[in-house]
Design a protein around this ligand. Structure first.
Ligand code: AMP
Length: 384
């Protein structure tokens, strides 16, 4: 009789991905050289991942379509954390799904996420559940101004949240968000933001990439640079990561975003998937987050996660700078997702690699000048 355990060791040829965005595309681009084929499920007919595989065009809540996808592949994963956990769970009846749909579900509700992190000893900023205006006022008593009011579900990249600095902000935010289930967090006066991307493989082996220092603008990641912190912080973040990975008996890549404040790491959120702050690893690590995710879900041995030199990633949001000028910079690696430009949309990124820090800083300055806008100022924050 075939059991799920014996299936774990059978060779995987086809990987199904719920979601066909740039993360799926980069998974496909990393997995094709390993001999794998990909099928993506996405509502959009021009999902950009289709450059790397076939498409089942359907809504994420369409369990029937998801079952059709699972019949075509050996294992299913996801590139998008708002795929309904119910869809992923339904697939588990007849196919392997990695990471566990429980991890997907836990990351979809900011309250459940904070409760889980706290129960595992992973510290988060003080918070308060808000279902009414009275709760909000009680929450403000507890965490004080400034605070951040966030929707519990479907918020990402700074969407569905508001910073409250005074009574006026409170009234405005309540008008906008009052109909949703909410959570109020203390505003963390962080020295830096960082994220740990890690992978857990078939035999429970865990590997982490170097902690990346991140700079956001309007809640969206703009710059990310690995290797900017010391060993002590890396070990602290790794201990927190290990607790979360083991809790879920996790398989694949998982990311925790942290605030660094007064030497402490406070978890902001986790993402049960490859992450924007790990894109540098395609060009700057021995094995990228995409390749290792695919290796993990396809039951292959994991690759080395160390940096091959110094690197920094620039995110292209809404528009891309002059490619020809940028590509003249030594160590420039260009990634165009093939998506049509739209304000606020992630349409590509570039990673600069260099053998030394000075060279990286100099070339990053040149790229920031070419990209213009906020880039020169934000780059200053990264190298402060
Ligand atoms: P999120 O959607 O929770 O990832 O938040 C997006 C960005 O908003 C974060 O990366 C921070 O730059 C900022 N942010 C969110 N929550 C807080 C907080 N409690 N304190 C300070 N900044 C925050």
């Amino acid at each position: 009789m075939t059991t799920l355990d014996s299936l774990v060791f059978s060779p995987v040829h086809k990987v199904g991905v719920l979601g066909g965005g740039q993360l799926g595309r980069m998974m496909g681009l990393a997995g094709i050289p390993l001999g794998l084929e990909f099928v993506f499920l996405d509502p959009s007919s021009d999902a950009c991942a289709t450059a790397a595989g076939d498409l089942v065009q359907a809504d994420f809540s369409d369990e029937q379509a998801a079952r059709e996808l699972s019949a075509l592949v050996d294992v299913v994963t996801f590139d998008f954390e708002n795929v309904p956990a119910a869809t992923a769970r339904a697939l588990q009846e007849n196919c392997l799904v990695y990471p566990s749909p429980d991890a997907l579900g836990a990351g979809q509700d900011r309250l459940a996420e904070k409760e889980l992190l706290t129960s595992l000893g992973i510290e988060v900023a003080p918070y308060h559940v808000v279902s009414s205006r009275t709760d909000l006022l009680a929450g403000l008593e507890k965490v004080g101004y400034p605070a951040v009011l966030k929707t519990r579900r479907l918020g990402y990249d700074g969407k569905g949240q508001a910073v409250l600095r005074d009574q006026e902000d409170l009234e405005r935010a309540w008008q906008k968000l009052g109909d949703f289930d909410l959570v109020l967090e203390a505003f963390v006066p962080f020295q830096a933001e960082c994220s740990l991307v890690a992978v857990r493989g078939l035999d429970g082996e865990i590997r982490t990439w170097p902690l990346a220092r991140n700079v956001h603008s309007n809640g969206i990641l703009v710059l990310s640079m690995p290797g900017a912190f010391d060993e002590a912080l890396q070990s602290l973040a790794t201990r927190k990561m290990k607790a979360l990975l083991e809790h879920f008996d996790y398989r694949g890549v998982l990311t925790i975003e942290f605030f660094l404040a007064d030497g402490k790491l406070l978890a902001n959120e986790f993402a049960p998937r490859v992450h924007n702050s790990g894109h540098w690893s395609i060009d700057g690590a021995v094995c990228s987050q995409f390749e290792n995710h695919v290796r993990a879900v396809a039951s292959m041995p994991l690759g080395e996660t160390s940096m091959t030199g110094h690197s920094v990633m620039f995110n292209w949001i809404g528009e891309m700078p002059d490619r020809e000028r940028a590509m003249k910079i030594p160590g420039l690696h260009w990634h165009d997702y093939g998506k049509s430009p739209r304000p606020g949309r992630k349409i590509g990124h570039a990673t600069l690699t260099a053998s030394g820090e000075d060279e990286l800083k100099r070339n990053a300055g040149r790229l920031a000048e070419i990209a213009g806008g906020e880039f020169p100022r934000l780059l200053g924050q990264l190298f402060d």
